[in-house]
Ligand binder design. Structure first.
Ligand SMILES: *[C@@H]1O[C@H](CO)[C@@H](O)[C@H](O)[C@H]1NC(C)=O
Ligand SMILES: *[C@@H]1O[C@H](CO)[C@@H](O)[C@H](O)[C@H]1NC(C)=O
Ligand SMILES: *[C@@H]1O[C@H](CO)[C@@H](O)[C@H](O)[C@H]1NC(C)=O
Ligand SMILES: *[C@@H]1O[C@H](CO)[C@@H](O)[C@H](O)[C@H]1NC(C)=O
Length: 622
C-alpha cells in the first residue's frame, strides 16, 4: 500500500500546509434544495448578482462605463452579503424550515441539540454556511452504509467515537489536533469512525461519471418522510463494526503510475469540460504562456467575479502548467475509489470530506499571527507584503517556471519588471499586464518603478531540489534573493497581504482575515469556511494567473505619475480589511468550527446508518 508516513513530507513541506481532499467539480446550487454535481459545462457568460455579465477588461459594453469594475464588484458583494444576512434564522423552528428548504430532507436526529449548542455559542445561523457539508457528503447517499462503516473503521488512521468518548490510535499531530476538536463535542456525538487523510496531498478523485451516478442515487433518496414514521435515534456501533463486509481495492496510484497529477485531478471534471478535452501538457520547461483566455467565466472586466469558479480548474486547462500541484506535487497517493475520508482542504475535484484544517483549530502562531492582529489602518505602511518558502510542489531545474509562488514573486520584483519593460531582461515565468488593464504606470514605462514603491515580496527559502545551505538554489538564484522571514504580526504593519497557495492551501488565510490588513487571495483549494466569506466584501479575490494583481493594486494605491494620475481607494481597502476581520470574528471562531463539525458529524452518522432514509429530527412537525 502506498501509505507514506506523514513525517516524510514534513521536511520540504514543513511550512506549507497541506491536506487535501476534493470533490466533484462543477458544483452548482441549482435551486434552493439542490446541490447538483451533474450540471453541464460552464456557461461562457458568468452572471453577476446585479445582472451584469462577465466581459473582458476594457470591454466598452460595460454597463457602467465610467465606473471602475472593482467598484461594481464591491457594490455587488454588498448586495450578496445583505442577502445572506437576511436568511438568518432566529429560532429552532425557522432553522429547521430553512434546512428542509435547502436540503430537501428532514434535519438529522440531534438537530435540536446542535441548534442549542450553536445558539449558546452565538453563531450566526445561516443554513448556506453549511453547504460544503452537503457537497462533501452527497455522493455517500449512493454508497451502502455498511460499506461506509467498514471502510472508515478499517482505515489506517482514525478517530473513533463510542459511547460519547472520542479516541484515536495514532499520535500523528494532526490526528491529535482533530481529536482535540472532536472531544470538545463528543458528548453530543453518536458512535462513528472517522478515517483521516494522513498525507498532505489530495487522495480521492472519483471520475465525474461515477460521482454523477452516486449523485443520482442521492437525488432519488431525497425526500421528506412522514414525521410519524421518522426514526430519531442513531445506531450504536460495536468496537469493530461490519467486519464481515467486503471492501473494494483502493488501488492507490503513486507518482510511478501516472505521468502527471493533472490526469488524476481532471478526471473529476465534467466529460465536456476543457480540462478533460484540452491536450495534457508534458513540457514545463518553457516560459509558461499566461493569457486571460480561460478567465472569462469567472471574471468581470478582468477581475474575479465568481471566486468559487475561479478555483475550479475544470474550465481552465492552462492551470495545469501554472500551479505546482499540477506540475509536480511532492507526493501522489490517489484513488478512484469513493470511501469516507476526512481532510483539511481539497481541490474542487477531490471527494474527501472537509474538516477545519488542524492549524486553524490549533491557533498556531506561525499561521495565525498570534494575539497581535495589526495596528490601525492609518499607521500601516502602504505596501503589499509576502514572505514564504518556494513550495507549490517539487520544483526542479526544468519545471519551476509555472510554480505559482515563483510567478508571483517574479512579477512583483521591480528589477525584473523594469527589465522587461525596457527589453533588457526577458521574463522567465510571467508576462507584462495585458493592455486591457490600462495600467497607468505601464503606459508611462514606469511599471517596475511603481511596483518598487509598494511591493515587498520574497522567498525565505528557494526549496532547491538539491538542498543548499542558506536556502539558495543554483537554478533559481539568478531570479530570486533569499530574504529573512518576517513574523505575521510584523507583516500586519503593511496594508496588503497577498495569499498564494503552497503545496496545498495556505494555512495563513484565517490569520490574515482576522488581521486589520487586507488579504488578496488566489487559490485552487477548497476549505470548510468557503461559503461564509463573500469576496470583495471580506477579502479581495485574485485570479490564479495573478494578471489582475497590478490592476487591483492600482485601484487601491492609485498612481501619481508625471502625466497620468489615478486616485487610489484607500477607504475601500480599509473597509474590506475591517469588514473581513469583523466577520471572521463572528463566523470563523473556534466555536464556529465546533458548530460546523458537530453538524457535519451528525450528517455523517446519519448517512452511515442503515436506516438513513427514515432518520430525521421532526419534533417541530409532530
Ligand atoms: C459561480 O458560478 C457557478 C457556476 O456557474 C454558479 O452556480 C454560482 O451561482 C456562481 N456564484 C456566484 C456568486 O455568482
Ligand atoms: C475513552 O476512551 C479511551 C480510549 O479507549 C479510554 O482510555 C478512556 O478511558 C475513555 N474515557 C472514558 C471517559 O470512558
Ligand atoms: C546545481 O547543483 C546540483 C547539485 O549540486 C548540480 O547537480 C547541478 O548541475 C547544478 N546546476 C547548475 C545549473 O549549476
Ligand atoms: C529580483 O530579480 C533580480 C533579477 O532580475 C534578482 O537578482 C533579485 O534577487 C530579485 N529580488 C528578489 C527580492 O527576489
Amino acid at each position: 500500500m502506498a501509505f507514506q508516513t506523514p513525517r516524510r513530507a514534513a521536511g520540504r513541506a514543513k511550512y506549507a500546509i497541506l491536506a487535501v481532499v476534493m470533490l466533484c467539480t462543477l458544483f452548482y446550487v441549482r435551486d434552493s434544495a439542490t446541490a447538483a454535481y451533474n450540471s453541464a459545462v460552464i456557461p461562457i457568460q458568468a452572471h453577476l448578482p446585479g445582472g451584469l455579465t462577465s466581459s473582458r477588461p476594457g470591454d466598452k459594453t460595460n454597463v457602467y462605463p465610467h465606473k471602475h469594475p472593482i467598484d461594481t464588484l464591491i457594490g455587488a458583494a454588498e448586495q450578496t452579503f445583505e442577502g445572506l444576512l437576511k436568511k438568518e434564522s432566529h429560532d429552532l423552528r425557522s432553522a429547521a424550515a430553512a434546512y428542509r428548504k435547502r436540503r430537501g430532507r428532514h434535519p438529522p436526529p440531534g438537530f435540536d441539540v446542535w441548534y442549542s449548542f450553536a445558539v449558546e455559542n452565538k453563531a450566526v445561523m445561516v443554513e448556506d454556511f453549511f453547504d460544503q457539508i452537503y457537497h462533501d457528503l452527497g455522493p455517500f447517499w449512493g454508497v451502502a452504509p455498511s460499506v461506509m462503516r467498514r471502510e472508515a473503521w478499517d482505515y489506517e488512521m482514525t478517530i473513533n467515537v463510542r459511547n460519547q468518548n472520542a479516541s484515536a490510535g495514532s499520535d500523528w499531530f494532526w490526528t491529535q489536533i482533530w481529536l482535540d476538536l472532536t472531544k470538545t463535542i463528543q458528548h453530543m456525538l453518536p458512535d462513528m469512525d472517522l478515517a483521516l487523510n494522513s498525507m498532505d496531498e489530495p487522495r480521492i478523485v472519483v471520475p465525474w461519471e461515477e460521482i454523477n451516478g452516486y449523485m443520482e442515487k442521492e437525488r432519488a433518496s431525497r425526500k421528506m418522510a412522514d414525521p410519524k414514521e421518522v426514526v430519531s435515534n442513531y445506531q450504536t456501533l460495536t468496537q469493530h463494526p461490519d467486519s464481515d463486509i467486503e471492501m473494494a481495492q483502493k488501488w492507490w496510484e503513486g507518482k510511478q503510475d501516472i505521468s502527471h497529477f493533472w490526469d488524476i485531478a481532471s478526471r473529476g471534471c465534467h466529460p465536456d469540460s476543457l480540462a478533460r478535452k484540452a491536450a495534457h501538457m508534458t513540457n514545463f520547461n518553457d516560459t509558461p504562456s499566461i493569457s486571460l483566455a480561460h478567465t472569462l467565466p469567472h471574471t468581470y472586466q478582468g477581475y474575479v467575479s465568481n471566486f468559487t469558479l475561479s478555483a475550479d480548474f475544470c474550465h481552465q486547462p492552462d492551470l495545469q502548467g501554472l500551479h505546482g500541484i499540477m506540475i509536480e506535487p511532492l507526493t501522489v497517493s490517489s484513488t478512484k475509489h469513493l470511501f469516507p475520508m476526512f481532510g483539511g482542504s481539497k481541490l474542487p475535484t477531490n471527494n474527501e470530506i472537509l474538516l477545519p484544517a488542524p492549524m486553524y483549530w490549533n491557533n498556531d502562531e506561525r499561521f495565525s499571527g498570534g494575539p497581535n492582529h495589526g495596528s490601525d489602518w492609518v499607521s500601516k505602511q502602504n505596501k503589499a507584503i509576502w514572505r514564504g518558502v518556494a513550495t507549490g510542489g517539487l520544483n526542479k531545474p526544468d519545471n519551476w517556471k509555472g510554480f505559482q509562488r515563483h510567478r508571483f514573486v517574479a512579477m512583483t520584483n521591480s528589477t525584473q519588471v523594469s527589465g522587461a519593460e525596457h527589453w533588457t531582461q526577458i521574463p522567465q515565468n510571467w508576462a507584462l499586464p495585458p493592455s486591457e488593464y490600462d495600467i497607468a504606470a505601464q503606459q508611462e514605462g514606469k511599471l517596475g518603478e511603481w511596483i518598487g514603491t509598494w511591493a515587498d515580496t520574497g522567498f525565505t527559502d528557494l526549496m532547491c531540489l538539491e538542498q543548499e545551505p542558506h536556502g539558495t538554489c543554483n537554478y533559481t538564484d539568478p531570479y530570486y534573493a533569499v530574504h529573512l522571514g518576517m513574523k505575521m504580526s510584523e507583516q500586519f504593519n503593511r496594508k496588503y497581504l497577498p495569499d498564494i497557495d503552497g503545496n496545498s492551501f495556505s494555512g495563513r488565510y484565517r490569520g490574515f482575515l482576522l488581521s486589520t490588513s487586507l488579504p488578496i487571495k488566489a487559490t485552487i483549494f477548497r476549505e470548510w469556511h468557503d461559503s461564509r466569506l463573500v469576496p470583495w466584501k471580506h477579502f479581495v479575490p485574485m485570479d490564479n494567473r495573478f494578471m489582475d494583481f497590478w490592476g487591483i493594486m492600482e485601484y487601491f494605491v492609485g498612481y501619481h505619475g508625471e502625466g497620468i494620475k489615478k486616485a487610489g481607494h484607500d477607504r475601500e481597502a480599509e473597509r474590506i480589511a475591517l469588514a473581513g476581520q469583523e466577520w471572521a470574528n463572528r463566523v470563523l471562531r473556534k466555536e464556529d468550527m465546533q458548530i460546523y463539525v458537530l453538524r457535519l458529524l451528525l450528517e455523517y452518522a446519519r448517512v452511515s446508518d442503515d436506516r438513513r432514509d427514515k432518520m430525521g429530527w421532526v419534533q417541530d412537525l409532530l
